[in-house]
Design a binder for this molecule. Structure first.
Ligand SMILES: Cc1cc2nc3c(=O)[nH]c(=O)nc-3n(C[C@H](O)[C@H](O)[C@H](O)COP(=O)(O)OP(=O)(O)OC[C@H]3O[C@@H](n4cnc5c(N)ncnc54)[C@H](O)[C@@H]3O)c2cc1C
Length: 289
């Protein structure tokens, strides 16, 4: 049986990580443990566990210079309940789709990112929000764009002595709206077959000034669609916008066949979901006037 530590001070957590990394046996970090435990059911586990859920100062999503700070212990429920600009509506919708309420009460946004599942519902939204991950160790802190931090299926650039302290989301501007569309085999408590998040800003004339669109569960890491984003620039944000989306815009995706869906189904679903996402944002803009 390994050791279990739940420090209150960040410094103590970083020292525990450094000592573990130096000895060649870094502790496994857990926050809500909702990804951690299901992968260990029925296994003899002797790893050392560093529980970061008790770290002081790691709760409470709040504004900071130039944007918003999501500290490492912020749960999906806290995110849903926070007063946030419309650019976060997509991430909030994803939060409501992560498991059931019990999972949302324990599971963290940062845990979702660090677990690096291709089907992590937070990832497309955080990519579309241009989020930045902050890592700390006794050596100092560093920041990485989220798209660089997650490198593949269950792999990230985190070093064994590093802890993710939170995620910074730059201000997307007052006009920015967002949404998230998820496809699963049923409406709730389901792992995504494909999902799409978009954050779109517009000028006073209703023309798109910036569009960020990301697809999840159709490649090892959720992906932005830069060609589509470029094609959307300058277009009026109004119904019919989805017709602009072509197969070529999704060419960089590499969906797989698995128990949930075939690669071909995922590719077609992603196209439909991207169109729906844009139509939803256009309908919202039309309603707002
Ligand atoms: C029944 C059920 C349903 C689920 N449904 C969904 C769903 O619909 N969509 C979805 O996306 N996910 C789902 N999940 C997965 C999970 O709940 C989420 O990914 C959740 O956000 C994970 O957060 P956590 O705090 O529990 O992570 P943990 O399990 O504590 O950690 C996850 C990983 O991140 C690492 N980690 C955590 N915090 C840090 C940190 N601060 N620094 C460095 N590494 C860290 C851990 O070492 C671990 O590798 C579900 C899980 C269950 C059990």
């Amino acid at each position: 049986m390994g050791s279990y530590e739940r420090p209150a001070a960040l410094g103590a957590a970083l020292e525990a990580l450094e000592a573990g990394a130096r000895s060649g046996r870094p502790p496994v970090i857990v926050a809500g443990a909702t990804d951690h435990y299901p992968t260990r059911v029925g296994r003899v586990v002797d790893e050392d566990v560093l529980d970061v859920s008790g770290l002081v100062g790691m709760r409470g999503l709040h504004p900071i210079a130039g944007g918003w700070w999501i500290p490492s212990a912020v749960t999906w429920t806290e995110l849903v309940e926070a007063r946030l600009p419309a650019a976060f509506d997509g991430l909030k919708r994803a939060a409501r789709a992560v498991g059931g309420l019990q999972i949302q009460n324990r599971g963290t946004v940062v845990g979702n990112v660090c677990n690096a599942s291709p089907a992590a519902d937070g990832m497309p939204n955080l990519l579309a929000l241009d989020a930045i991950v902050e890592l700390a160790s006794v050596r100092g802190t560093r920041r990485l764009p989220i798209g660089e931090f997650v490198t593949g299926n269950r792999t990230t650039l985190r070093e064994p002595d590093e802890l993710v302290t939170g995620v910074f989301v730059p201000d997307a501007g007052e006009s920015a709206t967002s949404t998230f569309v998820k496809l699963g085999s049923r409406a709730y408590l389901v792992i995504s077959i494909a999902m799409v998040a978009a954050v779109v800003a517009r000028d006073r004339a209703g023309r798109i000034t910036s569009a960020r669109v990301a697809v999840g569960a159709c490649s090892p890491v959720a992906q932005r669609l830069p060609d589509l984003e470029a094609a959307l620039g300058g277009r009026p944000l109004r119904p019919g916008l989805g017709e602009l989306v072509r197969d070529e815009h999704l060419a960089s995706l590499s969906p797989i066949d698995d128990v949930r869906a075939s690669a071909e189904y995922r590719r077609r679903a992603a196209l439909v979901l991207v169109r729906r996402t844009l139509e939803e944002l256009a309908a919202g803009a039309a309603e707002a006037g």
